[in-house]
Design a binder for this molecule. Structure first.
Ligand code: CTP
Ligand code: CA
Ligand code: CA
Length: 653
């Protein structure tokens, strides 16, 4: 860091006779990450077009080439060169290619039954029925980036919160505090009066060098004010962030954008303000003008129904106009808690902490089936994939290192609009591996099946939760996580039958039944928990454009959601890869595999195993192909059902 420094001004910065607006106490509070000191400095860093950058780096694609990450027929990430062609996540692959024929479209990696690991497959897009998306490659990059960020900050003076797969919050206060005392040793002296409420001496008026930062433009009179300590600390924060970004760029090749402000709320809005590869500083004097230009529905926690209700209740989406409404009026309409929270939020006030603990609360792996699946064998096939997915994430997320493991496992099964859930404990002290998870999952499935009337099934999801820390009896973690086949499968105990619900139990308020009054009953202001939120999503909150990422409130960019839910068409086939799960026959090529599948399919019908197939009466054109221009119909099962491979060869009377 080069500026500001004591030598940058003509005189020592502390010789100015004026007093600062800030006190010795507020300065000292920086060292303890107090959330109330106005000298707090928080940064939000968000990777640009993250999945797209991961693919570009993996594939060595030049930076100016347009690239999008494809999931089935939809796009889940679009790099900045491709955005120039007006390609966005709303596009499907056909539309995108029309807009830009040179677009490089890389399909996400997928899990496929029979394979031990996810893989990038050329035929993934055509195998929505048998594949499940894996975001593991992106999680791996995310972990590397996070590790580098932590490495580039002083070990004992950092507070880093991973907010999603491609973003972090940093509380830089303690780091800056120590740097400030180093540069301005006079600040370490106690207040002359001995009273911590005494004002600090005013810093010298040396012009601050903001380099290439974006600064929110201010009214001239505001801009003319000499910089006080809040400006100096935020400038130092900006220098730190510039350094962190340079490390990420230099060592790993990724560009990211950042916002630097005095809290999470404003820093996050700041990072989105200018992209890609830029950083925006929102000085405290700039907060109000900065927010004025932002719609209330773009603010944290206000992107969904709550925001809509605020807009309809008060007849405006302008933050500026909402600021004219007295707190009492908010209280009358919104209830005490929400009113105070909203009143603060539109003024850029947010005292939420940066939470540096790794907060995995649960992991969920799911699949929606269109058409529904109809047999235990089909369900079990998916349970194996879910178990593999979850296990790999337990390992990927650093479970081994953190010595944390899940204590509960849940299975949710949806039939006829109703979800049944079963859960059981995972015993500690015994090995937990993919096979053990699979066995537990099957047990739960059998319990659900035993209740009867469970087919067809529209959605299955497996989750683990109740993470515990520490290792009992100094037992090596290796004892908990063993390779497949090393240990006998665990048996569940303490089975807790849950009542039928339509949604996974979660701390997050249901998004489809919003109530302003209820909004904060379950989640106090500022206590947002993206991990918990993401885990509570279910298949019905999927985007209509086919991306598996629900556009939910402020969580719309929480990237890990899609790993928890693959979307769209399910599978009524019993095949994976080129081997038939039913009769174990294997096939050298697609053609013979498909005709074998046709044979099973026809036989099923003959045997009366299937209900009259849903697609039997449909014109061939609607089978497996969305109507032109509609990314929705076949993917969401509305108006068209995906066929099994080879099925169109069959004719039905
Ligand atoms: N993502 C997704 N679907 C969404 C939103 C996000 O799959 N509706 C994934 C994207 O693939 C993305 C990552 O989550 O790469 C991070 O999301 P976000 O930060 O919102 O977008 P980026 O693609 O990173 O683009 P930006 O440069 O605007 O941050
Ligand atoms: Ca991003
Ligand atoms: Ca993001």
């Amino acid at each position: 860091m080069s500026s500001p420094s004591p030598s940058s001004g003509a005189s020592s910065p502390l010789r100015d006779a004026r007093r600062s607006r800030f006190t010795y106490r507020q300065l000292a509070q920086m060292a303890t990450y107090s959330t109330s000191t106005p000298l707090r400095v928080v940064a939000h860093i968000d990777l640009d077009a993250f999945y797209a950058q991961c693919e570009m780096i993996r594939l060595g694609v030049p930076e100016d080439k347009p690239l999008a990450v494809q999931q089935w027929q939809g796009l889940i990430a679009v790099n900045y060169p491709a955005r120039k062609w007006e390609i966005g996540r709303h596009c499907n692959i056909t539309e995108a290619k029309k807009l830009c024929p040179e677009l490089i479209a890389q399909h996400v990696a997928t899990w496929r039954e029979g394979d031990d690991k996810w893989a990038y497959r050329d035929d993934a897009a055509a195998n929505i029925a048998t594949d499940k998306v894996s975001l593991d490659p992106y999680r791996l990059q995310s972990r590397k980036i996070l590790a580098l960020i932590k490495e580039s900050l002083p070990k004992d003076l950092q507070k880093v919160e991973k907010a999603s797969i491609d973003e972090v919050f940093l509380d830089l206060s303690a780091h800056i505090h120590s740097e400030l005392l180093r540069r301005f040793p006079e600040l370490s002296n106690p207040p002359p009066s001995g009273d911590a409420a005494e004002s600090l001496p005013f810093p010298s008026a040396a012009a601050l060098d903001w380099r290439d930062d974006n600064l929110v433009v201010l009214e001239e009179d505001q801009e003319a004010l000499d910089p006080d300590w809040d400006d100096i600390v935020i400038l130092m924060g900006s220098e730190i962030v510039r350094g962190v970004r340079a490390q990420i760029r230099g060592k790993l090749g990724y560009t990211c954008s950042a916002g630097i402000a005095s809290n999470k709320l404003v820093s996050k809005l700041g990072s989105a303000f200018k992209k890609p590869n830029a950083q925006t500083v929102v000085r405290s004097r700039a907060v109000l003008p900065f927010l004025t230009a932002i719609k209330v529905t773009k603010m944290r926690n206000l992107g969904g129904k709550l925001g809509d209700q605020v807009v309809s209740t008060f007849g405006t989406e302008s933050v500026k106009e909402l600021r004219d409404i007295p707190l009492d009026q908010f209280k009358a309409r919104l209830g005490e808690e929400t009113a105070v929270w909203l009143y603060n939020t539109i003024r850029g006030i947010d005292h939420s902490e940066i939470n540096s603990r790794t907060q995995i609360k649960s992991m969920l792996s799911a699949k929606s089936f269109r058409p529904s699946i109809k047999t235990p064998e089909q369900a079990i096939k998916w349970l194996r994939i879910f178990a593999g997915d979850i296990y790999s994430r337990l390992v990927e997320e650093g479970i081994l290192e953190y010595k944390r493991w899940p204590r509960t496992i849940n299975l949710h099964h949806r039939h006829a609009g109703q979800t049944r859930s079963k859960s059981s404990s995972i015993s500690s002290g015994k090995a937990l591996d993919e096979q053990a998870l699979f066995t537990l999952a099957k047990e739960l499935l059998h319990q659900i099946i035993a209740e009867g009337d469970v087919w067809p099934c529209a959605n299955l999801s497996l989750s683990v939760g109740g993470f515990e820390e520490g290792v009992k009896n100094n037992m090596g973690i290796g004892a908990f996580f063993k390779k497949r086949d090393e240990t006998p499968p665990l048996r569940p105990f303490d089975t807790v039958p849950e009542s039928s619900t339509t949604e996974q139990q979660s701390k997050k308020p249901r998004l489809d039944k919003p109530s302003i009054h209820r909004f904060f009953h379950k989640r106090p202001a500022g206590d947002q928990d993206p991990l918990n939120v993401k885990e509570s999503l279910n298949a019905d909150q999927l985007q209509p454009n086919g991306a598996s990422f629900p556009q939910l409130d402020q969580e719309k960019n929480n990237p890990e959601i899609s790993s928890h839910e693959t979307t769209e068409t399910g599978n009524s086939a019993h095949f994976t890869g080129l081997s038939c799960l039913r009769c174990k026959a294997s096939f050298a090529d697609d053609m013979s595999f498909q005709s074998h599948q046709d044979w099973h399919f026809a036989k099923d019908i003959q045997d009366g195993e299937r209900v009259k197939p849903t697609f039997a009466g449909q014109p061939a054109a609607s089978r497996g192909h969305p109507p032109k221009g509609s990314g929705l119909a076949s993917k969401r099962g509305r108006g068209g059902s995906k066929l099994e491979q080879g099925q169109s060869k069959l004719t039905f009377g």
